[in-house]
Design a protein around this ligand. Structure first.
Ligand SMILES: [Zn+2]
Length: 173
């Protein structure tokens, strides 16, 4: 029988014990990630090994998933294969983070335990493309790509430099 994946991980104790975590996580349990998806069915497979480098707890991990994103050209679903490999060094201060080996990304611990799902989700979100597109068989033409881009820019209106400029003009009189 397979061990169920824990909800919380304790990096210090897991590293002491050289703990390994493998198994599936439901995509629908990753709520921040599923906001970016067309379909939140399916699973994410993780293969995590906790270890120590010197006295530093580290995690080497692989996350694999096939996620349903929305093609930014034709707006139809596009299946996206993700294979994210990473190495994290757990630290409790920025000084410790500076001393990590170059191949290690720092993860600052506020608490003894952290959420496994949150960690997986953060790594997956980093792995997603900003503008997913069908590699082939995309029905969109170049014109509709331009339209989508325009729409995205309109949504960023509060940060639009032109609206700031307009305010300056008004107060200047
Ligand atoms: Zn497409």
């Amino acid at each position: 029988m397979l061990d169920r994946l824990p909800v919380l991980i304790n990096p210090v104790s897991f590293s002491e014990r050289g703990k390994k975590l493998t198994g599936p996580i439901n995509v629908s349990d990753l709520t921040r990630l599923s906001d970016a998806l067309v379909d939140d069915s399916g699973v994410v497979n993780i293969d995590f090994s906790f270890d120590k480098e010197g006295r530093r707890p580290i995690l080497e991990g692989v996350i694999k998933a096939n996620l349903m994103l929305q093609c930014q050209a034709c707006l139809k679903p596009v299946e996206w294969s993700v294979e994210r490999r990473f190495k994290l060094g757990f630290v409790i201060s920025l000084e410790q983070a500076d001393k990590l080996p170059g191949d290690c990304e720092p993860l600052l611990l506020d608490n003894e335990s952290i959420s496994l799902n949150a960690l997986v989700e953060d790594e997956l979100i980093l792995a997603l493309p900003d503008f997913p597109r069908h590699k082939e068989e995309c029905i969109a033409r170049e014109e509709s790509v331009a339209e989508v881009k325009e729409d995205n820019e309109k949504q960023l209106d509060p940060n639009n430099p032109f609206s700031v400029l307009a305010e300056f003009k008004n107060t200047g009189d």
